[in-house]
Ligand binder design. Structure first.
Ligand SMILES: Cc1cc2nc3c(=O)[nH]c(=O)nc-3n(C[C@H](O)[C@H](O)[C@H](O)COP(=O)(O)OP(=O)(O)OC[C@H]3O[C@@H](n4cnc5c(N)ncnc54)[C@H](O)[C@@H]3O)c2cc1C
Length: 287
């Protein structure tokens, strides 16, 4: 399985890693630069200020995230359940192999949201215990509930000139990366990989540029946009198809999706294809 890491721990490691890098300077506010990479997440304010249209397709589902303490250890296994009403419940193991707490992501139909946000902690934990078939024993809620509407979204433009920069005589450019450029359903856990794929592609394209080209070169930025859009298109279509399958209530489709998801979990090559597609990596050399 993938690593499940708390954001503050990741941020501490990133701060440590950059502290003694002479080429990295942490700034408190935006500075003038030939290229500004906007990676502010899906609700990016800068993207809106730049007037970039963000095409959003709501899935009609909301993710509720929280944490649980479980009676039994999770044994470092990530678990998912698909219910007849189209909900998807995921338990992601925390605190190492001996741990007994899990991060919860519960994608639930929009209309059920008020009920599950407003009910008391015990009722909520009991509902999750019921969906998870008691596989981790009695569950106890240990964090507040937070919620996000689930959507597939894609920015129409991923790069451009900073407004007004031409007037100063120093042309400045911007590019979008990560959730500021695209979001998908968390179903297959590929959101972060997609952002890492953007970073890798942009770094490679800029790193390979001839010395006379600036990092804010529109031709290179357009190359980045084209490359990532075409790499992510099949993945977006796959996630969309899976989401459609999971949201249907007909029993043959339920049987098919449970069979399909077990197959997906057991299928090393398909899972690997999805992750590599998200990161924009070439297929591994098998020889
Ligand atoms: C419920 C849920 C479950 C998910 N589960 C998974 C999963 O299992 N696996 C997976 O890979 N992905 C998952 N994702 C998706 C994943 O969280 C995102 O794809 C990923 O976090 C995107 O990273 P990002 O850096 O682009 O944006 P974000 O993680 O949103 O980070 C953007 C950061 O920029 C900061 N920021 C915003 N504006 C400014 C500014 N002006 N100046 C400075 N900082 C600013 C924000 O505070 C934030 O810290 C899930 C998403 C949801 C909603």
């Amino acid at each position: 399985m993938a690593w499940i890491v708390d954001v503050p721990a990741l941020e501490r490691r990133l701060a440590d890693a950059t502290r003694f890098q002479p080429l990295v300077e942490v700034v408190k506010a935006p500075v003038a630069a030939p290229l500004t990479v906007v990676c502010e997440g899906r609700a990016s304010k800068t993207r809106s200020e730049l007037g970039v249209e963000f095409d959003v397709t709501p899935y009609g589902q909301t993710a509720i995230a929280t944490r649980l303490r479980c009676e039994r250890p999770h044994l470092q296994i990530a678990r998912q359940w698909f219910t007849p009403d189209g909900s998807i419940l995921a338990f992601l193991p925390l605190d190492g192999a001996e741990g007994n707490s899990v991060a919860v992501v519960w994608s639930t139909p929009q209309e059920q949201l008020p009920q599950w946000l407003e009910c008391d902690d015990t009722t909520f934990a009991q509902k999750l215990q019921e969906i998870s078939e008691g596989s981790l024993g009695t569950l106890e809620l240990i964090a507040p509930r937070a919620s996000w509407p689930l959507q597939q979204a894609r920015a129409r433009r991923w790069c451009g000139a900073m407004p007004g920069s031409a007037l100063t005589g120093r042309q400045e450019w911007w590019a979008l990366a990560g959730d500021a450029a695209h979001t998908v359903h968390p179903l297959a856990g590929q959101g972060l990989n997609m952002g890492l794929g953007d970073v890798a592609a942009l770094a490679r394209i800029l790193g390979e540029r001839p010395g006379w080209r600036s990092v804010g070169d529109m031709k290179l930025l357009r190359q980045y946009e084209r490359e990532r859009k075409s790499a992510l298109m099949p993945l977006g279509a796959t996630m969309d198809a899976l989401q459609q399958l999971f949201s249907r209530k007909e029993s043959p489709l339920q049987a098919l999706r449970n069979w399909g998801m077990r197959g997906f979990e057991m299928s090393g090559p398909i899972k690997e294809w999805v992750a590599r597609q998200a990161m924009g990596l070439q297929p591994p050399d098998r020889h």
